[in-house]
Design a protein around this ligand. Structure first.
Ligand code: GLN
Length: 591
């Protein structure tokens, strides 16, 4: 492109004289990164994050560098204070960012750690603008939605591009086209495509094809109207992905194609899939990977040898999904038992471990408010292992402790995650150490034996937004313990945290004397991170959230251990690997 036609080159970035307002980060190389925008029409919940991560995976397999980013419409600065019941789980990144669960999907699909640069909310955008305004950065100008707010959005995208040097930045826009709160994101995308020039951007519209039972056929009108709305925003989609319960008929695809100016082969059918891990193959079969490469004119950047290898190992994994010969049941106690999204990472981590060990895992959700020491056996009679996951507050805590007691006394495999770790400490203190009044000050603020108490460093911070110990931390492992063996006999592992409370160091000695082993702790600090009971077939817990770092091709060792122990319990006559051997077999790969 000639210099005169190149907006980015010819306009000084934030000039107050010009109507062009183009803040471009230092080091930004135009054309290096291309952009793929994924937007939803008709309704939310179409799986934009899943689609975008699967498409990004196909590009990554081809040796391209990809950087996903999610743009959220809400005004919160992060997802930390959102109720998982309404929004799904809060996913925590290594740098401590609390974000939308879609970031978990990206990390798992791409086997790549993300950071706060990959997550944007309207709250962040407006907070940054208001900060700049007070700082005098816009002196002499009225601050407007266009160009300043859209400019801030473009700046975030270009900054990510410059920092990662990605070949393709995958931009997922939260919500549905037509929502007031994401309208300025969509406008920013339109502007970005105009500024970056032809072949720099590819627009994908995800839509939904209705199939009313009373009619018995697929109807395309809602999809057409949704796409029309997008076109009214000045955006011509390049690809339309039609989500539907069943494969989308040719007739419906043709109708949408004619109506939207999108070539028929780029209107693809994406029916429901039993496993999200089968979706990359669906997109590949539809030829979408090469369509995107052609649209962005980066066919010359790909490495087919890299792709052959990456695709072969992915197919090894997906082949195992359908050929699992054993079945186990894991009980998960949980407050948000009706919403699977609030435990998405745990479900995924169990699935990764199960696929690696050729076992299908059924999950039994256990509501603990009515569970007592007396009836715990009934509730847990049909499970082969139990997880007490993360949680906040008091509801059901007593029932969780009763479940843990049952697991400890009856050799039922147990994995406690964060709150589940804390409850295991309380149970042990009460029933083994003879401290019947042991509790957490979160559950009982004035309890006489606060074995779990608020972290001294967190006490100083006021308010509920932003006072947790968050993000990745190194954990020092004690030699010869179960944890040390599960983690391939390494001295240190890294896991992610999100908590306010911890084991009160004053109780460590009494707990350890009675047989509880703290096998992982913070380096140079008395913060206990992993516990285990050596005399039990598999009883462990961690203050961290190991589920956040489980990946399809790299299952997390503590989950592999649980699944292996549950399989041994379910199939006692068979010679199955114990937790440590199982972890060695499937986790300790050097790739
Ligand atoms: N509520 C507990 C704490 O704040 C546990 C947190 C969690 O499970 N994520 O420490």
């Amino acid at each position: 492109m000639s210099k005169e036609n190149d907006l980015l080159a010819s306009v000084s970035d934030t000039s107050t004289e010009s109507e062009f307002f183009l803040p471009v980060p230092a080091g930004y190389k135009k054309g290096k990164s291309r952009y793929c925008f994924v937007m939803g029409t008709v309704m939310s919940g179409l799986g934009k994050g899943i689609f975008s991560s699967c498409l990004a995976k196909l590009m990554q397999d081809k040796g391209l560098k990809v950087a996903p980013i999610k743009l959220e419409g809400y005004l919160n600065i992060d997802s930390g204070t959102l109720n998982p019941f309404r929004h799904g789980e809060v996913f925590v990144l290594d740098d401590g960012m609390e974000c939308d669960m879609d970031l978990g999907t990206y990390e798992r699909m791409l086997n790549q750690d993300l950071s706060r640069a990959n997550f944007v909310t309207s709250g962040q955008i407006f907070s940054s603008i208001l900060h700049k305004e007070r700082h005098g950065d816009y002196l002499g100008r009225d601050v407007q939605m266009i160009p300043h707010v859209t400019g801030e959005v473009k700046l975030k995208l270009r900054r990510l591009a410059a920092e990662t040097e990605a070949d393709i930045v995958f931009v997922e826009i939260g919500g549905t086209v037509g929502d007031l709160e994401n309208a300025y994101y969509i406008e920013a995308m339109r502007e970005l495509a105009y500024e970056e020039g032809p072949n720099s951007c590819c627009f994908v519209a995800l839509t939904y094809i209705l199939e009313p039972k009373t009619l018995g056929e697929q109807k395309s009108k809602a999809a057409q109207l949704g796409i029309k709305q997008l076109m009214q925003c000045g955006i011509q989609p390049d690809i339309i992905a039609c989500r539907a319960a069943n494969p989308v008929s040719e007739k419906v695809r043709q109708k949408i194609s004619v109506y939207s100016n999108v070539p028929f082969e780029r209107v693809i059918s994406l029916p429901d899939s039993a496993s999200i891990y089968m979706i990359p193959a669906m997109l590949r079969d539809a030829g979408l990977d090469f369509e995107v490469l052609r649209l962005l004119k980066i066919e010359d950047r790909i490495n087919l040898r890299h792709e052959r290898k990456a695709w072969a190992s992915w197919c090894d994994f997906t082949d195992k999904i359908g050929s699992r010969s054993r079945q186990i049941t894991i009980g998960i106690t949980g407050k948000y038992t009706s919403v699977r999204d609030s435990y998405a990472s745990i479900i995924n981590a169990l699935e990764h471990a199960g696929i690696a060990l050729a076992s299908e895992t059924e999950i039994k959700w256990i509501e603990t408010t009515a569970i007592t020491d007396e009836n715990a056996a009934e509730h847990l009679a049909d499970v082969d292992g139990i997880i007490v996951p993360g949680g906040f507050g008091t509801r059901g805590a007593q029932g969780k402790i009763a479940c843990i007691k049952y697991a400890r006394e009856n050799n039922l495999p147990y994995l406690g995650l964060c709150f589940g770790f804390q409850m295991a400490v309380i149970e042990f203190a009460r029933n083994v150490c003879g401290l019947p009044e042991a509790n957490s000050t979160e559950v009982e603020p004035d309890c006489p034996e606060p074995v779990i108490d608020i972290l001294p460093e967190q006490k100083k911070i006021e308010g509920l937004g932003g006072n947790m110990r968050l993000g990745g931390r190194d954990i020092e492992l004690k030699s010869q313990t179960l944890a040390w063996k599960l983690f391939a006999r390494t001295d240190s592992v890294r896991m992610r945290f999100r908590h306010r409370y911890e084991v009160d160091p004053r109780y460590i000695e009494v707990l350890e004397k009675a047989g509880l082993v703290f096998s992982g702790k913070a380096p140079n600090q008395p913060i206990m991170h992993i516990l285990e009971i050596p005399s039990h077939p598999y009883f462990c817990g961690t203050q961290a959230h190991p589920c956040l770092t489980s990946r399809p091709l790299k299952p997390q060792p503590m989950f592999v251990g649980l699944v292996a122990a549950a399989m041994q319990k379910r199939y006692p006559g068979e010679k199955l690997p114990d937790p440590v051997k199982a972890a060695r077999k499937v986790c300790n790969r050097n790739d």
